[in-house]
Design a protein around this ligand. Sequence first.
Ligand code: PHE
Length: 453
Amino acid sequence: MTQKKRISFGSKLGVVAAAAGSAVGLGNIWRFPYELGLSGGGAFLLIYILCVVLLGMPVMLSEFVIGRLGQANPAGAFRKLGSHRKWQLVGIMGVCSSFLIMGFYVVVSGWTMEYIFQAVSNGFVNKDTAALSQAFTDFSSNTARPIGWMTLFLLLTAGIIIAGVEKGIEKSTKIMMPLLLLIIVALGLRAVTLPGGTDGLKFLFYPDFSKINSTVILNAMGQAFFSLSLGMGCMITYGSYIKKENNLGKTVVQVTSLDTVIAVLAAIAIFPAVFAFGINPGQGPTLVFITLPNIFDQMTGGYIWSILFFVLLCIAALTSTISLLEVIVACLTEEFKLSRIKAVIFSSVGIFILGICASLSMGVWSDVTVFGLTFFELFDSVTAKILMPLGGILMTVFAGWALKKEAVEAELSSAGNYKVTYFKIYLFLIKYITPVAIFIVLLNELGLGKPLF
Ligand code: PHE
C-alpha cells in the first residue's frame, strides 16, 4: 500500500515535548496534589506510580501504535485498521470526548489567567483564607469575567493550532516545556526550604500502608488515566505525527516519566508549604485557587512565587488544550475535508458554546442541571468517568486482539531497527491485564464497583 507522506514532528525532542505537553496539565498541578491530599499522601503516590507503569504505559504505547500504523486521526485510524467499520466509533467517541473535556478545561484555564492577573496586581495581599475563598467564589460565579478569560485562552489555543503541527505545536511546546520544568523545580526548592516544611515531605513520601484501600487504588488509576491524556485519541493523533524511525517504546518511557516527575514536583512545591502554614491537605479542588494565594501571601518573595506559579499553571494548561483541539481539527480536516483554518474556527465555536455553559454553571446557571449535575460537572464526569476509561479499554482490546501481532511488533521495532525485549510483557498486559483493570475503574466511577470489593 503506498501512502502519501503525512506531516510529522520534525525532531525526537519535538515529539516528547508535544506529547509530554499534552500529558502535563491541570491534571498534574491542580488535580494530582489535591487527590493525593484527599487520599492519604505517600500511599496514594505509591499506587499511582504502579498504575502509571502497569496501566498508563501500555495504553499510551497502544495509542501510539494505532496512530502511527493508521497514519490518520483517531476515527480514520480505526476505520483503516479495523476489520469492521464500527471500530471508527471509538475514534469518534474520542473526538466527542475532546469537545467535552475542552468545554470545562478552557474555563479552568481561563481562571489561571485571572490568577496571573491577580498575582501581578497584588490581589492576594493581606487576605486570609476566608477572604480568598470568597474572592474565588465571586470571580468564578461572575458572568462576564471568566468568559472573557476563557475566550482569550481559547483564541491562544486556536492560534497555535492554526500555525500547524511543526510550526505551532512542536515549536511552542519545545519552548514552554523546559520553561515549565524550570519554574516547578524553582518552586519545589523554595517550598522544601520553608521552616516546618519537612512534615509535608513526610506526608508525601512516607507511605502509610494502612491508608491503602480499594478507593485509593481506584482513584490513583483514574488520575493516571486523566493525567496521561489517555483513552480519547490524543496519543493516537500525536502518534500519527511521529516519524517511522522514532522509537515508540522509548518515547512512552520519556513521556510518562516526565508527566510523573512533574506531578511529584508539583506536590513537592505544594505540600511543604501547606504543612508549614498549617493548612488542611485534604482541602480538595480548591487547594490551588484558594490555599496557594494564601500561602504565597505569607511567604517572603511571595509576589514573585505566585506569579511564577500561575504562569506555570497556565502554560501547562495551554500545552494540553492544543493537543485536545488538534484531535478535533485532525478529524475535521481529514474526514470532512475542511481546511485547517475552517476546522479550527468551527471547533472553537463549538468549544466556546460548551465553555459558556460550563462557566455560567458556576454562577447564574448553577441550578440548571442534567442528571443532577451542572454543565461543568456533567462535562467533567461524562469524560473522565465514562468516555475516557471506555476508550482505554477499547483501544487496548483493539491493539491486543484486532491488530496483527506481527504488525504491532514491526511498528514498535521500527521494522526491526530496535530491540523490543518488552514485547511479550506488553502483549500480555494489553490483552489481559490493562483492559480488565480499567474496567474496574469504570465500574467504580459509575458507582457500581463497590460490590466487587
Ligand atoms: N492530561 C491533561 C492534564 O493532566 C488533560 C488531558 C486529558 C489532556 C486528555 C488531553 C487529553 O491536565
